[in-house]
Design a protein around this ligand. Structure first.
Ligand code: SAM
Length: 217
């Protein structure tokens, strides 16, 4: 549930964009049953169409979980695109490997095991698009590490910036207060940054889009 659309609109969009791919449908069901967070249907539809338009040759994801959004990206991107997805949870890595092998995209998607904050320090600045979908308390650091790794004009996508509607709400459940504060501060920082253009698309749970400015801009 987005928490920021009316229930009717949410239901309408869910029906309109219901997943039809059998493997992705199975993964949605599995994630629901095991309570593993994956990108919401509206966010998945946005990611799919945005990547089809942007066509990044080098796509990096921070937060694989079971591989659902990595497979969405692999479906959307041309055959010569390279996808690297980073995951730190050993349990999720087993599941992601299983699902990515079943998807047939095991040559297009490389799974990198470990803490993204450490792995990113060893990466080269070559990425066209980076998708951040990790622990919320890591967002700011992951963003700061990602920006220098992005080519000029490259895009960082960030999930959950409307955080079930709590970023805009005065009534936040106790268990969400800390994470909501983190995302509010992060959004504020992004909105006032000079090195990039930024907006939030109210799709899924709110997808941030950051475009790195060129030196001339
Ligand atoms: C929201 S889930 C990712 C969902 C996935 N992108 C999708 O939509 O299918 C977040 C995942 O990121 C992993 N994660 C969180 N913080 C991380 C970090 N700093 N480094 C590596 N993995 C991280 C978690 O273990 C979890 O599996």
């Amino acid at each position: 549930m987005s928490g920021f659309l009316t229930k009717e609109t949410e239901h309408y969009l869910e029906e309109l964009f219901r997943q039809t791919d059998p493997l992705l449908k199975e993964m949605e069901q599995f994630a629901r049953e095991k309570r593993i967070p994956i990108i919401e249907p509206g966010g998945a539809a946005f990611l799919d169409i945005y990547l089809r338009s942007l066509k990044p040759k080098k796509f990096l994801e921070l937060g694989t979980a079971i591989g659902y959004s990595a497979i969405i990206a692999a479906n959307a991107l041309p055959d010569d695109a390279r996808i690297v997805t980073i995951e730190k949870s050993a349990d999720n890595l087993v599941l992601a490997r299983k699902y990515i092998n079943r998807s047939g995209f095991q040559n297009k998607i490389t799974i990198a095991e470990g803490e993204a904050k450490e792995l990113l320090r060893g990466y080269l600045a070559e990425w066209d698009c980076i998708f951040i979908d990790a622990d919320k308390e890591d967002y700011d650091e992951l963003f700061e590490l990602s920006l220098p790794l992005l080519r000029e004009g490259g895009v960082i996508l960030i999930d959950n910036l409307l955080w079930h509607g709590y970023t805009a709400s005065s009534e936040v459940p106790a268990s969400y207060v800390r994470s909501t504060e983190i995302i509010r501060a992060f959004n504020k920082k992004l909105a006032s940054g000079d090195a990039y253009h930024f907006t939030i698309v109210p799709a899924g749970d709110g997808i941030g889009v950051v475009i790195k400015k060129s030196i001339q801009e």
